[in-house]
Ligand binder design. Structure first.
Ligand code: ADP
Length: 473
């Protein structure tokens, strides 16, 4: 009404008044609703007709120019209304899609001002905060994490460096959940921080899954260690008879030498030289028996994995001492070609001896099924390329069946009626846990050869009795 009054008093013609109305309609459609601007357009067309066309104060138009002017005004005002409505709608749609994007992102999104105070946060953040006033973010943090997180955030705000922190945040239910909070600064062309854009991701489930995985790996490792131990004890069980025989020999010799010594002592005069000789033999036999028993105890005892620097040749000799009786019983001749000057290797003595023992027993068992051909077992050591040591166990048995090569090292693969099929699978895990490799191939002219490599001692300065953690097998 006031526009009409002003235009009328100023004596505007129909065109000028029409422009004034269009401006008013444009403003109303930007700020108001679609229906308000349509109603205003119709009312404005009526006012133009009534107040600005001849005859005045009548809803009648005599001049064709006035008809065109009012038609042009009506069309223009409707176009302006339609355009501004379309622009408003698309702006609303863009805003809604941006909001949907923020709401759908599976994380809490937030914006902070250059001074570090919060400007915006995603609605779902309230699930955590249960508070919407700035400053409550710190109260939501686990008391133990507060100082550290606040300090890190302050330092990021001060330096403008990206921010990343893991912290426990209290949810509306009072439960604490682990969050990964990250933020990056947005800078203007002069490099000043304008805003901080942050994302807080709930990593509690991931953290629990990692923890569960770690625990199950731990359980698996312990089960593998138990299995390796059972396998060791079972292998030793197989050797009981021949080991008993092996130990019995030095004991019988000791008794004989002791009786001889007594006789030399009882002679007139006592032959002390002979007594000394017999006592020397007794000491040696005692040591032999004690070494065998010590070897059995070491292999049967359940000990945690222990890494030491060791001489592989010495470890092999100890195992040979345990298996000698079995080899003799089955008519296998055992030969050793142990290279001199081999470097020390770093590993678990018991586990490596278990591998050697398994390979030797397998070779003896394989050869015991072969009649007529000489049964020969050769254990050799040497330098491996590009470093480390190589141990090979060769036999003159039936050799490996090409069809079973693929499964040889798989758990439960066995061709023996009383076999468990775990030996080679455990051997391979042990060697791989030592960063080495175990493989099998055909021996020349017959039989099989199992060989493994072990890397050099990693730290040459480690003492020989150094114990350290190592993967359990
Ligand atoms: P098990 O001795 O209980 O059968 P292993 O895992 O030690 O379990 O061996 C798996 C299989 O590999 C054996 O059953 C045998 O068929 C084959 N094998 C192992 N060593 C030899 C060997 N020296 N010569 C021929 N075959 C062998």
């Amino acid at each position: 009404m006031s526009t009409t009054f002003v235009c009328f008093r100023l004596g505007f013609d129909v065109a000028a008044a029409g422009f004034a109305y269009v401006i008013l309609i444009a403003l109303i459609s930007v700020l108001g609703s679609l229906s308000a601007s349509i109603v205003l357009s119709i009312a404005s067309a009526a006012c133009l007709n009534y107040f600005f066309t001849q005859p005045l104060f009548e809803f009648r138009i005599d001049s064709p120019q006035d008809v065109v002017a009012i038609a042009a005004f009506t069309t223009t005002s409707l176009i302006v209304t339609a355009l501004t409505t379309a622009v408003r709608r698309s702006a609303k749609a863009a805003e809604a899609s941006q909001q949907a994007l923020i709401d759908t992102i599976p994380a809490s999104v937030w914006i902070a001002l250059p001074d570090g105070s919060r400007e915006f946060y995603k609605r779902s953040w309230q699930e955590f905060s249960a508070a919407d006033s700035p400053g409550h973010e710190v109260a939501m943090l686990h008391p133990d994490d507060r100082e550290y997180v606040v300090e890190k955030w302050r330092s990021a705000v001060a330096t403008g460096e990206e921010f990343e922190v893991e912290a426990r945040v209290r949810t509306a239910t009072g439960e604490y959940r682990a969050m990964l909070v990250r933020a990056a600064p947005l800078r203007d062309e002069k490099g000043h921080v304008v805003k901080w854009y942050g994302v807080s991701t709930d990593i509690e489930d991931l953290r629990r899954a990692v923890e569960a995985l770690r625990e199950s790996e731990e359980t698996l490792r312990s089960a593998q260690a138990d299995l390796a131990h059972v396998n060791r004890v079972a292998t030793m069980g197989q050797l009981t008879a021949s080991i008993a025989h092996e130990v019995n020999q030095p004991i019988a010799a000791t008794v004989m030498n002791a009786e001889a010594a007594l006789r030399w002592l009882g002679a007139q005069p006592p032959n002390l030289e002979k007594v000394r000789g017999a006592l020397g033999l007794i000491v040696e036999d005692g040591k032999r028996a004690s070494n065998v028993v010590g070897g059995i105890r070491a292999l049967i005892k359940k000990v945690p994995p222990r890494q030491v620097c060791l001489d592989i040749n010495e470890a092999i000799r100890e195992v040979i001492a345990l298996t000698r009786g079995e080899a003799v019983k089955t008519g296998v001749s055992v030969q050793m070609e142990l290279a001199d000057g081999l470097p020390l290797i770093y590993g678990d003595r018991v586990q490596l001896q278990q591998v050697i023992l398994n390979l030797i027993i397998n070779a003896i068992e394989a050869m015991s099924g072969v009649a007529e051909t000489p049964r020969a077992l050769l254990i050799s050591t040497g330098q491996a390329e590009p470093g480390g040591v190589l141990v090979a166990v060769r036999d003159s048995g039936p050799g490996l069946d090409p069809a079973s090569l693929e499964y040889l090292f798989s758990a439960f693969f066995t061709t023996k009626s009383s076999g468990m099929g775990m030996g080679l699978s455990i051997c391979r895990s042990i060697i791989e846990a030592h960063d080495g490799q175990l493989c099998a191939s055909a021996n020349e002219p017959r039989g099989a050869v199992f060989q493994f490599t072990l890397p050099l001692q990693r730290d040459e300065t480690l003492p020989a009795d150094h114990a350290g953690p190592m993967p359990t097998v």
